[in-house]
Design a protein around this ligand. Structure first.
Ligand code: XUL
Ligand code: CO
Length: 440
């Protein structure tokens, strides 16, 4: 294995088990271990986020990039080629199989749309060679429709049709590139699709514009024969004050309103969930309930900071609850777990990239094992089944499926009398989850 950009890691990260003291080893993620009939590798399909891992430099609001990265050198195209080499070396050394990109992460924007297309084609050609050589695959591609100042007032939702046209041009190219690299999904995150003030905004028209852009993408997808899954990634705010794709429930409503529900699933990001005032498992549950949980951006926010810190997930309580939802719907299909996460500014070495990913991977692997055991033992389910037992009766099912009218169900009130209040046993269930977390 070549040691160009990560000489500090000389062999692929291996599973060594929970007793290992080696920080460059997995303690819980054993890619070949079977859980519920699937290997751990199949359960997760972990992906590297190109933007955080290879393009971020630790910059924040108060200081410029702070990290020295050997691949960040030469002309923009030379640097793009070096980052590509680093990407495949890193993924192979981590023992993973997927990556995700924005168009502008992998190839520099040119002076004209034609030059941008050309840059993207050149890099895609190289990426295809690396993919063929390494077996690493593209989980999803997306277009960066928020970085360039032309998108300040939105992309699809911009008041200027000319900006909409530039967004369309970028989506077209990004879809072509995703198809060329056999991408398994394509993500739409509504970067600046939102508003700052209603004083200057036609809310209804902007949401119609967004729906139109998505319909155009669906039509183009069919035209070029792209079979991957389209995904929308909700986020409540940041960069705009109010984003139209606020949360899972809002996006699901939007998709149904605009005749897009058959064409999209959701990519749920943990930190976006908490920004919306929800838990990660809430957003996963809402998406899953509508058959729309398609993929996951695996990261975490900071409880004390109300913004999108995109930290690596280490909280196994949260990963366990997430995996309960994923297992209940029998996996993510063509989706996976993309580490949309970055090291803290102070974690400045490339070695920190390995520790960060290993920590996140193990946190989810542990969550999978605990969730599997909770399900296998029906540790929560027996209580939940009892809680809903009245609905599982034939009469309950008739009410639920609309076979019973209001008077008939109302008659039950006097027939059976005052309902007996039942404990929800929240604290007991929390103890049970803790026991499993500590016991696995
Ligand atoms: C931004 C974010 C994006 C999307 C892809 O908060 O999560 O990186 O995942 O555009
Ligand atoms: Co994301």
């Amino acid at each position: 294995m070549s040691a160009t950009y990560f000489p500090e890691v000389t062999k692929p990260i291996a599973y060594e088990g929970p007793k290992s003291k080696n920080p460059l080893a997995f303690k819980w993620y054993n890619p070949t271990q079977i859980v519920r009939g699937k290997t751990m590798a199949e359960h997760f399909r972990f992906a590297i986020a190109y933007w955080h891992t290879f393009k971020a430099g630790g910059a924040d609001m108060f200081g410029p990039p702070a990290w020295v990265r050997a691949w960040n050198a030469g002309t923009p195209l030379e640097a793009a080629n070096k980052a590509l080499a680093a990407n495949f070396e890193f993924i192979q050394k981590l023992g993973l199989s997927y990556y995700c990109w924005h168009d502008r992460d992998i190839a520099p924007e040119g002076a004209t749309p034609a030059e941008s297309t050309q840059n993207l084609h050149a890099i895609v050609k190289e990426a295809a060679k690396y993919q063929a050589d390494t077996g690493v695959k593209l989980l999803w591609g997306t277009a960066n429709l928020f970085g360039n100042p032309r998108f300040t007032h939105g992309a699809g939702t911009n008041p200027d049709l000319q900006v909409f046209a530039w967004a369309a041009a970028q989506i077209k190219d990004a879809l072509d590139a995703t198809l060329a690299l056999d991408g398994e999904n394509y993500v739409f995150w509504g970067g600046r699709e939102g508003y700052e003030t209603l004083l200057n905004t036609r809310y209804k028209q902007e949401t119609d514009q967004l729906a139109r852009l998505l319909h155009l993408a669906v039509d183009y997808k069919k035209k070029i024969g792209f079979k991957g899954q389209f995904l929308i990634e909700p986020k409540p705010h940041e960069p705009t004050k109010h984003q139209y794709d606020f949360d899972a429930a809002t996006v699901i409503g939007f998709l149904h309103t605009h005749g897009l529900a058959d064409h999209f699933k959701l990519n749920i990001e943990a930190n976006h969930a908490t920004l919306a005032g929800h838990t990660f498992e809430h957003e996963l549950t809402v998406a899953s309930a509508d058959g729309k949980l398609g993929s996951i951006d695996a990261n975490a926010g900071d409880v004390l900071l109300g913004w999108d810190t995109d930290q690596f997930p280490v909280d196994i309580y949260s990963t366990t609850k997430a995996m309960l939802v994923v297992l209940a719907q029998n996996g993510l299909g063509s989706g996976g777990f993309n580490f949309d996460a970055k090291c803290r500014r102070g974690s400045l070495e490339t070695l920190d990239l390995f520790y960060a990913h290993i920590g996140g991977i193990d946190a989810f692997a542990r969550g999978l094992l605990v969730a599997d055991k909770l399900l296998a033992d029906r540790a929560l389910e027996d209580f939940v089944s009892k809680r809903y037992a009245s609905w599982d009766t034939p009469f309950g099912q008739d009410v639920l499926t609309g076979k019973v009218d209001l008077e008939t169900v109302a008659a039950l009130a006097s027939q059976k009398g005052e309902p007996v209040p039942q404990s929800g046993r929240q604290e007991l269930l929390e103890i049970i989850v803790n026991d499993y977390l500590l016991g696995v």
